[in-house]
Design a protein. Sequence first.
Length: 307
Amino acid sequence: MTRMRKKEIERRLSETVEGRVAADEPISRHTTLGVGGPADIMVFPRSEAELRGVLRLVAENTVPLLALGGGSDLIVRDGGFRGVVLALARNLSGSKIVGDRTIEAMAGETFASLLRLSREASLAGLEFLVTIPGTVGGGVVTNVGAFGGSFAETLESIHLIDGRGRETAIEKRDLRASYRKIEIPAGAVVSRARFALEPAARSEVEEKVARFREHRLRTQPLTEASAGCIFKNPSPWEYAGRLIDQAGLKGLSIGGASVSSVHANYFVNDGKATAADVLALIDEVQRRVEESSGIRLEPEVRIVGDA
Ligand SMILES: Cc1cc2nc3c(=O)[nH]c(=O)nc-3n(C[C@H](O)[C@H](O)[C@H](O)COP(=O)(O)OP(=O)(O)OC[C@H]3O[C@@H](n4cnc5c(N)ncnc54)[C@H](O)[C@@H]3O)c2cc1C
């Protein structure tokens, strides 16, 4: 974007939302791995009406758009993003019980808040979210899952807004879901979702949450900056973490990025890593695992932005 065009889009976005509009905002502040260069413009809509306005403006001006939830499944390159980044986490947020066993949550609602509400209401089905640092919108797109559960099973419907400001709902039976992916139409953004949950004894829900939390704290580097699992498991019986471990790569580092010594499929940032360090580490691990096992690992994290 030229400087003048950027100023103009920034001005018009400020008229569209009450929330913040920031030029040259470092995306590293909004990703769990803590890397990522600046966004030309980052906008923080607080309602679906504001979101609709932003999407229309961006589409009319053919500006590239990146929807950003918790930034927990993203590596944004060091050059940042030339366009508008839609920061939804904790802005377009909130969740409520509708009916006996359904929760409706806005796209920017964190998993922690969603899980808290389901626990308080003694509704089972979302316990697997414990300690995962994402948001409802990102969780839909990535079909977040753990311990055999995933959003694809618990979702009742999702609500989308596109660049023309049109709203559509997709019901569970029409969702195209696969491992770590639910397809949404190009240019559309998830604005909210409904989850159909199972009434259960509060003690059962709490016991499951505690068990899952204990397992994750023991097996994953949850206190360090990471983007969760870097690579897809090559098959249901072949784990990327095990292949990396067997190749002797735990602790391998490039710049400020290293392969976690707790879980080999997590890369951690010592506070000084750049996206280039992380991407170089991905290449190196891919190369050495292929050398030792013949298997080419594919990234599970999404890599976006300019080098
Ligand atoms: C410590 C740690 C543990 C993790 N454990 C797990 C795990 O057990 N299981 C698992 O599945 N994942 C795990 N993850 C990965 C990650 O948390 C999930 O993929 C999560 O669902 C991503 O949500 P997010 O809001 O952070 O998405 P983001 O990273 O912000 O975005 C992910 C993708 O979704 C798009 N997107 C975001 N919001 C919207 C929206 N509203 N509309 C349209 N597109 C949108 C983005 O453009 C991007 O393509 C872990 C990550 C970390 C850091």
